[in-house]
Design a protein around this ligand. Structure first.
Ligand SMILES: NC(=O)CC[C@H](N)C(=O)O
Length: 408
């Protein structure tokens, strides 16, 4: 009891952590009309999207700047968010447009004050600057349980310090939102111009490095790419040229790549079928070593004739177990996807290489007749464990053996 009083006093002494203001300044209105009341954080205004939960205990800045979350609202199951503040270095978005990532954020507790040597800005100010609307002070366990039971709902978050909410209008708006199933969100986040990438991984005392004398050339098609993917390629001696999602096969081939990388990205992979998938199919037919991550994995599967499907609650977290059939090892991975490749539809020339040990869903394929493979999880981490970095080595080995077989 004494301990309870002490911890309550400690929390109450920090204004940012306090639950002092009982006034509702933000609401979450779900498409089925459910209303959750809390207090607003971050940007004032309204944001719409599909609500998904993320179970990672760290890495909120990387998560909220991952372009794969475009069109979504993230609710963190971990209650203490804000404790390491934010900085300029942990942003994952390449296209710096402020609206290119997540739309809204839901927290259990008020933002924790920053206490970290790398912090340059309070999380609340950072959310405001990026235009991310936030709601805190709700039972995120109950919301997560609801998502597990009913799937990821569409919703509106409204944050208004006056506390005046037109609930019937917000309910109508939430109910009218389009389903993520069938939505192509890649155009919102892809780079508009081609550019070169030479930044390498972060080290203590040095920060990010610059690449020196690369020996391979990878063209990365940007469907919403994360910076750490490009860094891990640069670390391994790959000169990286990033091209927009609208690049044609001719555009890519004109750059004479040793390898092609298909990035992660938001929305329904099947909805990119008109422009991205035919390009990937054409590039695969040229036998260029190809590696895909997440959306890139789903699109590679579509390119060889498999199908994808919307998942019930998706996978969003940093401790998902995945088995690699090539080595029989289990890796703990970072996940962020709401669609999955349907293994029953894989053609004979696509071998399943990885599987989720949480629900048995497909997590990777390799083509048996071409040098190409892809994974559903995020081997680049940021945030998350680094168990899957070996996949970047596999890609580089594939590039090198192809080059050797061509006498290059
Ligand atoms: N991280 C990603 O690339 C996500 C892929 C896709 N948008 C999905 O939700 O499944």
């Amino acid at each position: 009891m004494l301990q309870d009083q002490a911890s309550t006093a400690a929390v109450g002494s920090n204004a940012a952590d306090a639950w002092e203001d009982p006034k509702t300044t933000a609401v979450l209105v779900l498409a089925d009309g459910t209303v959750l009341e809390g207090f607003g954080v971050g940007a004032v205004g309204e944001a719409t999207g599909e609500v998904c939960f993320n179970t990672a205990m760290t890495g909120y800045e990387e998560i909220l700047t991952d372009p794969s979350y475009a069109g979504q609202i993230v609710t963190f199951t971990f209650p203490h968010v804000g404790n390491v503040g934010t900085n300029e270095e942990d942003v994952e978005t390449v296209n710096m447009a402020a609206d290119s990532g997540v739309r809204g954020v839901i927290l259990h507790t008020g933002i924790t004050s920053p206490s970290n040597w790398r912090a340059t800005r309070h999380f609340d100010a950072w959310l405001k600057a990026r235009g991310i609307v936030g709601l805190a002070g709700i039972d995120t366990r109950a919301l997560t349980a609801l998502i597990r039971e009913k799937g990821m709902p569409n919703a509106v978050i409204a944050h208004d310090p006056s506390g005046a909410f037109d609930l019937p209008a917000l309910k109508a708006r939430a109910a009218a939102l389009p389903s993520m199933d069938g939505l192509d969100l890649v155009p919102m986040v892809t780079s508009t111009q081609r550019f070169s990438w030479d930044e390498t991984s972060w080290t203590l005392g040095e920060g990010y490095g610059r690449q020196d004398a690369p020996t391979r050339h990878v063209v990365a098609i940007d469907y919403g790419v994360k910076r750490n993917i490009l860094r891990l390629l640069a670390d391994r001696g790959c000169k990286v040229t990033v091209v927009p999602a609208t690049a044609t096969a001719e555009d890519v081939l004109a750059l004479r790549p040793d390898g092609v990388f298909l990035s992660n990205g938001p929305g329904d992979p099947a909805a990119t079928g008109e422009y991205a998938v035919p390009v990937i199919r054409e590039l695969l037919d040229r036998n260029i070593p190809t590696f895909g991550i997440c959306l890139g994995h789903q699109m590679m599967a579509l390119a060889v004739g498999a199908k994808t499907r919307k998942m019930h609650q998706g996978h969003h977290g940093a401790n998902h177990p995945v088995k690699d059939f090539t080595t029989d090892k289990v890796e703990i991975v970072s996940m962020n996807h709401g669609f999955a490749v349907d293994r029953e539809t894989l053609p004979a020339n696509a071998r399943e290489t990885h599987v989720s040990l949480f629900d048995g869903s497909n997590c990777g394929i390799a083509l048996t007749d071409r040098p190409a493979f892809s994974v559903q999880h995020h081997p680049e981490a940021s945030p998350g464990p680094q168990d899957s970095h070996y996949l970047f080595d596999r890609f580089v080995e594939m590039i090198d053996s192809r080059k050797a077989s061509e006498g290059r």
